[in-house]
Design a protein around this ligand. Structure first.
Ligand code: CA2
Length: 144
């Protein structure tokens, strides 16, 4: 089982700014946690973050040749803007779970629409960084 955990723009700032919205855990801490979760269950978890839409799309394309079984993605602000990211995920046809740290439905109207949710396996929002653990655990459970 190989899972790719992707984070989009600005999520490298996790744990350093806006803790009231995004919590105090850093991205390296989240990545260490999901990597350990995978290791404990004999799975490989790969992690990648970029502030660039094209780099995320290239990483999604590469996932197909690496035989990645599933993707966990927090697309950041690209959630609400990117048809290209949706097309990339649809194009590789790798099942994915969309994760949002905050409950986007309780925030501004423009955060209520996601270009990805309609083709996602599932969506988690509002559970803080625990959403990443929940998503990876679900995929590991489903595969076992
Ligand atoms: O709640 C989420 O996880 C979001 O995907 C985060 C995005 C936001 O645009 C989405 O509407 C919801 C923003 C990511 C910014 O991350 C930061 C983390 C710490 C400090 C500042 C920004």
């Amino acid at each position: 089982m190989k899972i790719l955990v992707l984070n989009g723009p600005n999520l490298n700032l996790l744990g350093t700014r806006e803790p009231q919205t995004y919590g105090a855990t850093t991205l390296p801490e989240v990545e260490a946690l999901v990597t350990a979760l995978g290791q404990a269950r004999g799975a490989t978890v790969l992690c990648f973050q970029s502030n660039h839409e094209g780099a995320l799309i290239d990483r999604i394309h590469a996932a197909r040749t690496e035989a990645v079984d599933a993707i966990v993605i927090n697309p950041g602000g690209l959630t609400h803007t990117s048809v290209a990211l949706r097309d990339a995920l649809a194009g590789v046809a790798i099942p994915f779970i969309e994760v949002h740290i905050s409950n986007v439905h309780k925030r501004e109207e423009f955060r209520h629409h996601s270009y990805l949710s309609g083709i996602a396996l599932g969506v988690l929002a509002g559970f803080g960084v625990d959403g990443y653990r929940m998503a990876v655990t679900h995929l590991l459970d489903k595969a076992s």
